[in-house]
Design a protein around this ligand. Structure first.
Ligand code: C2O
Length: 539
């Protein structure tokens, strides 16, 4: 195993996109940020220096961080953010994981421009469970906004309204040929005829699920969220914010130029969204320079195609999913609205003079401001959080969306869910369908989970478990709760500490669609997690 040291300087950089010059926040002036490459078993030290104007922290999305929540990164959850002028070194060892992971800012909406790929190869002497590809490329899908993401975040928090939508999608930071002033920058991926390439696709977009396709080429899915899958061939894939998908593509078409394109998969009813299309080019070497061919992407609201793609995937895990569980939870996830006494107030720009909110089990999560949850827990600071998170929804919902208006208003709180270390947990995530049905890409920090089942309508605890896949379910760290439906996940609570669980749509997260799992072994934090590093930022 090797030791890696990286220096990440958070700094603004000037870039030209869509005919405009903008200053954006970056790591080391790069956009997207640097790709980190390591092997399973390696140790990382990444020194992050904040030379930008905002408080910030970085999250290493999908890394387990066993007994080491201090390296996880979400602001006010496991650490205070790094203040301008400050620095913090994230130290962690990669333990039994490989594949496509990524890193991103975890403060406000800053990950709109502060993100990059993190590729973990198998240990020396171990190999992929498929033939070694001739070459490989990371594909970071992003969203481009015509204003500063932190301004957007503050505006959303202040007005209580929905944030502006993006004005372009990007592939490795570039919108591509179909947008104004973007042809020059269009990303080209070279391939020789007959070769097989591995694409490591990451949806780093802030708020939008995406369909992705390559003209005239089939894709074979071999991994998702850093866990291998049984090979599954498709013409189009759906990827939610936070997710990664590895596909093999064989250059078996007449030598030429083929667009790889992505556009929105939009499940919220009546919501504004960015309906543009980003492209890059799969370019055969020595091919005649012809106009590239565009792939056909599904309709924006094509839930059938999205569901067919996701539910076909089977896992290739060495670990068996457990058949019996100790804890079974129903988490209802969705939006809500908070009524205003003065609906004409500038702070009430949600629908009909309300403010948007979002919740799990009707609790709209509020982050602490004076310390982080993990620091409060470790140091025994009282009054920062409570552990009375309602394990079952306090109200009987009807998830088909026909919910009395009186039940639309979540309660605010910093409520954690306490879990006994070592227990086998099942969580059914159920879309409340309040305000709108919507697919919520739910992410759990510190764990990987088996996705054992999903469906539409209300989860039925008597009949649905009979259809669970307990043989070869896929392993993920982020999974979509189907619009107007549910998804069931299982994992062992084998990682002590405080771990954020949230919707990876940042607008929903900012409205409170989150909680944190407090995993305890009964001997207290001092014995169960490693001590905090001396440079851990203070608030
Ligand atoms: Cu990739 Cu808490 O997020």
């Amino acid at each position: 195993a090797e030791d890696h040291y990286h220096q990440f300087v958070i700094q603004t950089a000037t870039v030209n996109r869509l005919c405009k010059t903008r200053n954006i926040l970056t790591v080391n002036g790069q956009f997207p940020g640097p790709t980190i490459v390591a092997r399973d078993g390696d140790s990382m030290a990444i020194k992050v220096t904040n030379a930008g104007p905002y408080n910030i922290s970085l999250h290493w999305h999908g890394f387990r961080m066993l007994r080491n929540p201090w390296a996880d990164g979400p602001s006010y959850v496991t650490q205070c953010p790094i203040q301008p002028g400050g620095s913090y070194t994230y130290r962690f060892t990669i333990q039994n994981q490989e594949g496509t992971l990524w890193w991103h800012a975890h403060t406000g909406f800053l990950r709109a421009t502060v993100y990059g790929a993190f590729i973990v190869y198998p240990k020396l002497g171990s190999y992929f469970p498929f033939n070694i590809p001739n070459r490989e490329y990371p594909i970071l899908l992003g969203e481009w906004f015509d204003r500063d993401p932190m301004t957007l975040f503050k505006q959303t928090q202040f007005t209580g309204g929905a944030p502006n939508t993006s004005v372009a999608y990007t592939i490795n930071g570039q919108p591509g040929d179909l947008y104004q002033c973007s042809s020059q920058g269009t990303i080209r991926f070279q391939v020789n005829a007959g070769e097989t390439i591995l694409l490591r696709i990451i949806n780093s977009g802030l708020n939008q699920e995406l369909f992705f396709s390559i003209a005239n080429h089939r894709m074979t899915v071999v991994a998702m969220d850093a866990a291998y899958t049984k090979p599954s061939t498709t013409g189009v894939l759906m990827i939610g914010p936070g997710q990664t998908i590895n596909v093999l593509v064989t250059a078996d078409q007449p030598p030429g130029r083929y667009y790889m394109a992505a556009h929105a998969y939009q499940t919220a009813m009546n919501a504004a969204f960015d309906n543009t299309t980003t492209t890059s080019i799969l370019q055969y070497n020595n091919a005649p320079s012809s106009r590239p061919i565009l792939p056909v992407l599904p309709a924006f609201n094509d839930t059938a195609t999205s569901t067919a793609f996701t539910s076909r995937i089977r896992g290739l895990s060495k670990i068996q999913v457990f058949q019996n569980f100790d804890v079974s939870l129903l988490f209802t996830v969705g939006l809500g609205l908070i009524n205003c006494t003065n609906p004409n107030s500038p702070r009430c720009q949600g629908p009909n003079g309300t403010r948007f909110a979002a919740s799990i089990n009707n609790n709209s999560f509020v982050l602490p401001r004076t310390t982080s949850l993990m620091q409060a827990y470790y140091q025994g600071i009282p009054g920062v959080f409570t552990t009375d998170f309602p394990p079952v929804p306090p109200i009987q919902f009807n998830y088909t969306g026909n919910v009395p208006r009186g039940l639309w208003t979540p309660r605010k709180g910093t409520k954690l869910f306490r879990v006994k270390y070592g227990s086998n947990i099942q969580i059914v995530l159920q879309d409340t369908s309040i305000v709108t049905i919507e697919d919520h890409p739910m992410h759990v920090h510190g764990f990987h989970f088996f996705v054992v089942g999903s469906g539409f309508g209300n989860f039925n605890p008597r009949t649905d478990p009979a259809r669970f896949n307990l043989v070869d379910p896929p392993v993920r760290n982020t999974i979509g709760t189907p619009p107007g439906g549910w998804v069931a996940i299982r994992f062992k609570a084998d990682n002590p500490g405080i771990w954020f669980l949230h919707c990876h749509i940042d607008s929903h997260l900012s409205w409170g669609l989150a909680t944190a799992l407090l995993v305890e072994n009964g001997v207290g934090p001092l014995q169960s997690v490693i001590p905090p590093p001396p440079d851990l930022p203070q608030c």
